[in-house]
Write a protein that binds this ligand. Sequence first.
Ligand code: ADP
Length: 586
Amino acid sequence: MTVPGGDVSGRGPSGHDFDSVFLRSDAFFVASGIPAPAGGRSLRVLLVATDEEDAARLRDLVAQAQVRVEVDWAPSFEAGFIRMTSSRYDAHLVAGRLGERSGVDLLRAYHDAGGEAPVLLLNGSGDRALDLAAMESGAAGFLAKDRLDAELLERSIRYAVEARRQAIALRQAREELQERVEQRSASLETMNAALAAEVAERRRAEQKLRDVDRRKNEFLATLAHELRNPLAPIWHATEILSRVGDGEEDRDRAAEARSVITRQVTHLVRLVDDLLDISRISHGKVGLRPERVSLASVVESALEAVRPLLLSRRHALNVALPEAPVVLHGDPIRIAQILTNLLSNAARYSEPGGSIRVEASCEDDAVAVRVVDSGIGIPAAALPHIFTMFSQVAEVPGLEQGGLGIGLTLAKQLAELHGGSLTAASGGPGKGSTFTLRLPVEAGAVVPPEVRTAVPAAPVPPQRVLVVDDNVDAARILAQLLALDGHEAHLAHDGPSAVEAARRLRPDVVLLDIGLPGFSGLEVARRLREEPSLAGLFLVALSGWVQPEDLVRSREAGFDHHLAKPVDVATLKRLLARGDATPRTT
Ligand code: ADP
């Protein structure tokens, strides 16, 4: 390649050979404190100068240096540029003037092309403008040709090389540091994000716990309130009963007091039953007793249960069932329980004198039963939560009887146990509510004949009954009730005296509480079953514990029946009538 003023080989126009000017002096590096080039190699320097004499003089100066320096010469701007950008030199010595161009231009062009090796500019002393321009353009040094000696030249090259090496090392260290900082920042960011997610998760869990705790506390408060509520009217009603005389007005008062007690006790029993059911369902212990049952009969028994409430609140009731009989496969008591729940809510959450509609329609292989009321309605925001346990929409003023916030949870779970569903809809506050119960129907089933459950009560022959309960009041009242029906009732209040009384009295029936002082009712039953003189004894457990495992235990102990407390009079009568105890005539 030919360039003006010389060629790229480094030979000047006159053919001078500047290659291989080697001088060795590693002592220089030791003395100057500047690290020697790695591996003790010589320095490679490119000299760019158009003036052959300048070039020769510099070569002479370099030759006097104490270190080994290899000098290439480029005799023009262009040749210099090509060499500078295509070969790797440790440093460049560039003349201030290169024909038409300046050494500063070359320096800038070199830097623009990404060159990094140091460039020392050479010029006559006093050329201050060039000196400043060189400095501004990033020259590693500016040397006055006429004051230059070997030592200054050599030292300038060394310092420039080392300064550049250190600058590059510094930049690399900075870049590495930067990279490490970025990596660390990225990993910190990741950790931070994970931490933030964890904190958010923990907050959610804490909030959930707080909600559960709040709902539990609210529930306990509501429970206390709801259990206490019926006690006042019962108390007052008993007070009235103790005071009434024989007059007609008093008889009416007594009748009213009795119906108050019946209503309130029924309500209490329902609350407790719901509580037990919820606990059983959540432990997966509710077993359905499915059978073929007509929709009309379960609707009828639900209506029977809520009729007093509907009447007391003067609601108009409208029932529209499909003309064709609909047969369900389900537990009639549980389905009626769901509907009772919906109907009693409809009655309680509607102003007195409202209207309630029960309608059913068949949809494919399901029947949809809707309980529609004209009541207070449900705000849209509350709708998704009403099936959650213990959840209640804000208190409703004027409600006769509130609840525990478990009725709908129970109803929904019972519906789902039947393979059905329960949903709610409302136009909002004041716009009434619609609850839809969907249940699968039996395909092509024949409707069983309606069975009326009201069995005429057979007269029960008088029997000797031993009532055992550590709750003295409960035992005495039950004994009195039995006495009213003509039975001979005896009392015992603990395990040992129950066994002793049974041996002595040889009763036909023992109504036995399970939790007793001394030893339990189960133990009493076992001992009585071992008594030959008591063969044929009719043994009935009366207990607050009616979980399936309680029933198994009482059967194993020898009981004939296991009834939940409080036992209603009709059940007791039926049981005594059915009992295979021989009526006593004495
Ligand atoms: P509660 O014992 O409080 O009635 P439920 O589980 O039966 O418990 O009902 C939960 C809540 O849903 C009620 O407290 C009431 O706010 C709302 N709710 C239920 N049925 C109706 C209805 N028919 N109309 C308006 N609100 C209702």
